[in-house]
Design a binder for this molecule. Sequence first.
Ligand code: SAM
Length: 301
Amino acid sequence: MFSYRHAFHAGNHADVLKHMVLVQLLRHMALKEAACMTIDTHAGAGLYALDGNQASKSGEFKEGIARLWQRQDLPAIVADYVGLIKKMNPDGKLRHYPGSPYCAYQLSREQDRLRLFELHPSDIKLLNENFQHLAQQVPPKSRAGRGKRVMVQRDDGFASLRALLPPPSRRGLILIDPPYEDKNDYRHVVTAVADALTRFPTGTYAIWYPLLPRPELRQMLSRLKRLPGAEWLHVSLRVGKPSPDGLGLRGSGMYIINPPWTLATQLKESMPWLTQALAQDEGAEFTLETGTTPASRDERD
Ligand code: SAM
């Protein structure tokens, strides 16, 4: 059950797409003064060392963030995301890479709340240690509220979501980023989001998925599109043709419910550039679509 370790994949092309979009969702949440609760149902370790054993063994980040590191012509939202990582690497060498919890922490304000769930025994330990370390960097005066601000829990993110919704402030961003090694994850995503929307219909939900030729993926996307009464945006990035042996992830996507209205334009402007920058062969392409789900409930397959 616990074979997946995100450290092998940190900073790869899929993380680039996911974290670039996440940064814009967090920026949008910070436009209004009212508090926002960010819930990361599958948090991972929070922070990664790209020169550590796992990331350097797989080398996946070399085809992801490393391809953007020295570029001077980044479109605005790519520059925003890369800028966050540059701040973590002040000497200019790409060594540290943020997980989604760190992106959320960096872009959250005093009034915001961060709720992180992780099940892997080693990654929950690292996540706790990473956040304890971050807390040490906060001036003692502001530390008192940290316990309330950030909560890290070793729990099932799908099951834990319902108890948190709606957030007291009625403003929330929910990132759902399971490994999908267990094919039931596709089904769990739809069930969790369907339930969450009944409790908190105005929340923003960001669902990441690997672009794999699986019937479960097609079914998940078509069921998400039929959840009632929500605007959605769907972006995917394929970095190349499927490999002949079927190994290696060649693409990923983000399905966002109740996206900021500016996001589609931002992605229209940046995705052609990003696709070229991360292309591994002539099969690289992106898709971008938006829509509104029907007002009545229809989740049948
Ligand atoms: N969101 C992270 C990021 O962007 O940096 C990466 C998360 S990784 C794709 C998925 C994580 O979910 C793994 O660390 C895995 O151990 C964890 N996980 C798997 N099933 C889970 C569950 N039901 N609840 C919470 N965490 C789970």
